[in-house]
Design a protein around this ligand. Structure first.
Ligand SMILES: [Zn+2]
Length: 215
């Protein structure tokens, strides 16, 4: 409690995702991070969506944090290497749920909408931002730090999440739901963990993912 009587909420400390060391990020680790992000959206954002709440404005790389092992040793409720989405300050609750809610006029958002669009299905917007956040994470790690192209599978997965937005004014079907994305990731994680003799499985799965024609 402050001297003026306002309550204070002190939360455990977590770090930016960049703390993960380059040498640790193999394709399987990368997919593991992606899986966590989408899993968070299924268990977290989709939970919010079931309450007709959309994160809305602030999904971006800066609001995706991870716990360092030292943080976990200090705070028992923190799990090392787990990803945490923060900043729900401008989240919004709708009268209608996902699959029913039509596009709305977007407020000013951290991530720029595609093709200069001013309206979006808010639930699909959360997924679009998730794809853009993954793109930021993967591009930064591969193209900027390592200066090599990212795995084709990761690129295809990100394109699938971002989708090819057609400017829907009703319910948007331009990208998967968080639950659909999670199902695909479960298969991809299994395939990446398969023996080298079965590496063709990864390429085959990459071919199955729809190719985006976005500009
Ligand atoms: Zn759409």
């Amino acid at each position: 409690m402050t001297v003026t009587g306002h309550p204070l909420l002190i939360m455990p400390m977590v770090s930016r995702v960049d703390y993960i060391q380059p040498g640790e990020v193999s394709l399987s680790v990368l997919l593991d991070v992606m899986f966590q992000i989408v899993e968070i959206f299924v268990k977290g954002i989709e939970f919010l969506h079931s309450l007709r709440i959309v994160h809305m404005v602030d999904i971006c790389g800066g609001n995706m944090l991870t716990a360092h092992p030292e943080h976990a040793s200090v705070h028992k409720q923190i799990v090392a290497n787990r990803l945490y989405i923060i900043d729900f300050g401008q989240s919004r609750q709708f009268a209608l749920g996902p699959g029913v809610q039509r596009a709305i006029t977007l407020p000013e958002t951290q991530i720029e909408p595609p093709n200069g669009l001013l309206h979006f299905d808010p639930y699909s917007w959360d997924i679009y931002c998730t794809g853009r956040m993954l793109e930021y994470f993967v591009t930064r790690r591969y193209n900027v730090v390592w200066k090599i192209p990212p795995p084709r599978l990761a690129t295809k997965l990100i394109e699938w999440l971002i989708g090819n937005e057609r400017g829907c004014t009703g319910v948007c079907h331009c990208r998967p739901t968080a639950r659909e994305a999670l199902r695909v990731l479960i298969v991809l994680r299994w395939a990446v963990g398969a023996p080298e003799d079965y590496a063709w499985i990864v390429d085959s799965l990459a071919d199955i993912l729809p190719t985006s024609t976005r500009t």
